[in-house]
Ligand binder design. Structure first.
Ligand code: PMP
Length: 404
């Protein structure tokens, strides 16, 4: 039995009111809320052992270093990476993707091909376009269909010895589709290409086993995982991370510096210039402990049930269209009311205490594909309830009556 009432007690923010109504937070795909256990880890760090890491001989510095490196190990174990040094601490998914895209500059040349999927977040499109501009490589697109699923035939037929890189999200933030990354990775590897998986939206719902997946790179953001903003992780296979050049120069990432030549530190520090988000990294570890305390399988089962319930009831509203009804989905519902702008729906929902996202969700190509300016996106987490889904449905119906 999934004890959602007990879980909700862990999240102080869930008891606040918005516009005089109890908050219904359904913008989890943008950022998740923070349980007391993670807030406590942050308070504990600043109250007891705030210090810079890796360099200090004093006790506080050693405690902070230990806690930070423990967090790296928690991330490694959670995603089943082979080594802790394959986990690069970043400021988030965007940072991780840019680090890899920048690093590939020297490995690509005119005529090489890189593939992206039709349903990527802008952060998994723009850095690769910039890479193509720098190198003369060609960007190709794995198309999608109206169900919001990727069509792999074009990809299968287009792979060749020119294919160098493939980047695809594990789960689409705009639609919730779970993409067949196992197949994409295996096809890409057969063609000799490397694969970066953007795991930002998958990580809150699916625990990726990185060794089983055999992805070359996988990126996540802590703030989608009940952790704080401004911290995330990039997994890279040791062999790739050894090959890639450093992303930024600075302190922490060096072995020896003279004015003639600098030698770089080993992994993971080669990619971690400057003082990192120490507290954020430690809190990220605490967030993974929290999620694992509930269990990722239990979370996924509960969310799947909530998704089915909310989808069924939203569909009873006349003129409501859901975008992306893939066979495998996480708890995201992207929809519009016929003839009504999503922004107007979102504004009325906010007046009723319900937080959803409206707009293109940083995935303009997906909106272009459906020929719409944007959608209303309700994204559920394991701390949401059926009663909240009911309040959403009632509020959307009210918005329809007011705006139609
Ligand atoms: N990729 C996907 C699929 C996302 O949903 C997001 C966040 N909306 C990002 C990348 C970017 O993550 P961040 O802003 O934390 O770097």
């Amino acid at each position: 039995m999934f004890d959602v009432a007990r879980i909700r007690n862990d999240f102080p923010i869930l008891s606040r009111q918005v516009n005089g109504e109890p908050l219904v937070y359904l913008d989890n795909a943008a950022t998740s809320q923070t349980p007391r256990q993670v807030i406590d880890a942050i308070t504990d760090y600043y109250s007891r052992y705030n210090a810079n890491i890796h360099r200090g001989v004093h006790t506080l510095s050693q405690e902070a270093t230990d806690a930070y490196e423990q967090a790296r190990i928690k991330i490694q174990k959670h995603f089943n990476a082979a080594h802790p040094h394959e986990i690069i601490m970043t400021s988030g998914t965007t940072h991780g993707i840019n680090l890899v895209a920048q690093g590939f500059t020297g490995f690509l040349q005119q005529g090489d091909e890189v593939w992206v999927s039709a349903m990527e977040h802008h952060s998994n499109i723009v850095p690769w376009q910039m890479l193509c501009e720098r190198t003369g490589a060609r960007l190709r697109v794995i198309p999608m269909n109206k169900n919001g699923e990727l069509e792999l035939d074009t990809f299968r037929e287009g792979l060749s010895d020119k294919t160098r890189l493939v980047f695809v999200n594990h789960v689409s933030n705009a639609l919730g589709t779970v993409n067949p990354i196992e197949e994409i990775i295996s096809l890409a590897h057969d063609a000799g290409a490397a694969v970066l998986v953007d795991g930002a939206q998958a990580a809150p719902h699916i625990r990726a086993d990185l060794q089983a997946l055999d992805a070359d790179f996988y990126t996540v953001s802590a703030h989608k995982l009940c952790g704080p903003t401004g911290v995330g992780a990039l997994y890279g296979k040791e062999s790739w991370l050894e090959k890639l050049p450093p992303y930024q120069g600075g302190g922490e990432m060096i072995e020896e510096v003279t004015f003639e030549k600098t030698t770089y530190a080993g992994l993971p520090h080669k990619f971690e210039a400057g003082t990192p988000n120490i507290c954020g990294g430690i809190a990220f570890g605490a967030a993974l402990d929290y999620l694992n305390g509930i269990g990722m399988k239990a979370i996924a089962e509960y969310e799947a049930e909530l998704l089915a319930y909310a989808t069924k009831n939203l569909k009873t509203i006349p003129g409501l269209k859901i975008y992306g009804e893939a066979a495998r989905k996480t708890s995201v519902i992207s929809f519009n009311l016929e003839g009504i702008h999503p922004y107007d729906v979102g504004t009325i929902l906010d007046k009723l205490g319900i937080a959803v996202r409206t707009g293109h969700h940083c995935a303009q190509p997906v909106m272009d594909f459906y020929g719409i300016p944007g959608t209303v996106r309700a994204s559920f987490s394991f701390y949401n309830t059926r009663e909240e889904a009911d309040r959403l449905v009632a509020a959307v119906e009210k918005a329809r009556q007011m705006l139609a």
